[in-house]
Design a binder for this molecule. Structure first.
Ligand code: PLP
Length: 409
């Protein structure tokens, strides 16, 4: 009997060891890893530079609290602002994606207090999107536009409206006097791998300017090179300027760390920057940005920048897309996504499914049994989200398994 709460429908295997883009279970079976801890292990498993950085920091100082200065946190924030987001701003460190989203939702609410409605009441509504995913905390869950995630947890945190993704009219008509921000994923990952169109991102940025709203980008899954650029929005409409960005996953390469970034747009008559509204006492986290987590993330960013991994992700992405489409297999409808956040869209009617199973979950299970780890996204899409460092050889090996499994459907 397991004492772990069964909130995950887990595969009947247990992982024992990871190395690069391979995972080994406790029975010694080896898997090609196209899942990377759900788009998290940017450098693959146990990258020597990250192992070394974590080991060194663990023997020096793991945790001291945010009551004191933390050198690694300063260094990491500087790298994120200058080398990753490349827009002026400041960073708060959290421990996960959901927490980072809670942080930007809090910031948007504070902004709504500082810049209220015409009747003086604070603005507090955030527009997010149907089929979005922002995490499982009360705030992030309420922002998530999927009923199945919210079932039986009502009353939800109020103040969210769900517009239709990639539909400018739906977004425009969702704006009210109470709106203070628009929250979106550059590519909806969990919702089925749907990328925003450049027109949609530009329209969202324009509506934010027009209505004095904050443009809030959830880069938890897309960020840190995954989409073929440092941040996901940069691969779609690089000219837009977000006000708030949430991150996690790829930042820590498997070590739990998240962050949110606040830009410097002028927020009051005196021209004070947006980030100044989150002042001392406004937010906090005991663990957030501790020396160990920051050392782990610094090692990841160093590799992403020095090896130009976003560019590699873009190149491999094209290779995967071309290879999969060249198979011309009946169950494959197409392939979507940006960089190494890819979704193989399935034609459900083209193969036989066991009663009650979803096409994406069924195919994912078959792949796993054949030695390839992927991840379902929505009912009909198989997600391919490998490490940014995956070798050409391992990629070929994984694609060969995928081709074989889909051919036999
Ligand atoms: C876009 C997005 N936002 C937020 C989250 C939540 O992140 P976490 O599970 O670290 O809380 C996820 C997780 O899949 C995600 O894909």
């Amino acid at each position: 009997m397991s004492f772990v709460l069964p909130t995950y429908a887990r595969a009947p295997i247990t992982m024992a060891k990871g190395e690069g883009s391979y995972l080994y279970d406790t029975e010694g079976k080896v898997y090609v890893d196209f899942c990377a801890g759900i788009a998290t292990c940017s450098l693959g498993h146990c990258h020597p530079a990250q192992v070394e950085a974590i080991s060194r920091q663990a023997g020096t100082l793991m945790h001291c609290s945010n009551l004191y200065g933390i050198e690694q946190q300063e260094l990491l924030a500087k790298r994120i602002v200058e080398d990753v987001i490349a827009l002026p701003g400041k960073v708060f460190f959290s421990n996960s994606g959901a927490e980072s989203n809670d942080g930007i939702i809090k910031t948007a609410r504070r902004f709504g207090h500082r810049r209220p409605m015409s009747n003086g009441q604070p603005r507090y509504e955030v527009i997010s999107f149907k089929q979005s995913f922002h995490g499982r905390t009360l705030g992030a869950m309420a922002a998530t536009g999927q009923e199945k995630i919210q079932q039986e947890f009502s009353p939800l945190l109020e103040g969210f409206r769900y517009a239709i993704y990639n539909n400018i009219e739906s977004l425009r008509s969702s704006i009210t006097e109470k709106t203070c921000g628009i929250l979106l994923e550059p590519v909806q990952g969990e919702g089925g791998v749907y990328a925003a169109t450049p027109e949609f991102l530009r329209a969202a940025a324009e509506l934010c300017r027009e209505h004095d709203l904050l443009l809030m980008i959830d880069e938890v899954q897309c960020g840190f090179g995954r989409c073929g650029t440092m941040m996901g929005w940069q691969s779609i409409a690089p000219e837009i300027k977000p006000d708030l960005i949430s991150c996690a996953k790829g930042l820590g390469g498997g070590f739990p760390i998240g962050c949110f970034w606040i830009g410097d747009r002028a927020t009051d008559e005196a021209g004070n920057p947006l980030y100044s509204i989150m002042d001392a006492g406004s937010h906090g986290s005991t663990f957030g940005g501790n020396p160990l987590a920051c050392a782990a993330a610094l090692a990841v960013i160093e590799q992403i920048v020095s090896q130009n991994l976003p560019a590699r992700a873009a190149v491999i992405s094209e290779r995967i897309k071309q290879e999969i489409m060249s198979w011309q297999l009946l169950p494959i409808q197409g392939i979507r996504g940006e960089g190494l956040l890819l979704g193989v869209a399935l034609k459900p009617a083209s193969f036989e499914l066991p009663a009650g199973s979803l096409p994406s979950v069924y195919l994912n299970n078959l792949c796993r049994e054949a030695g390839l780890l992927c991840c379902p996204a929505g009912p009909d899409t198989l997600r391919i989200i490998p490490a940014l460092t995956i070798s050409d050889e391992t990629l070929r090996e994984g694609l060969a398994i995928l081709r074989c499994v889909i051919s036999e459907l």
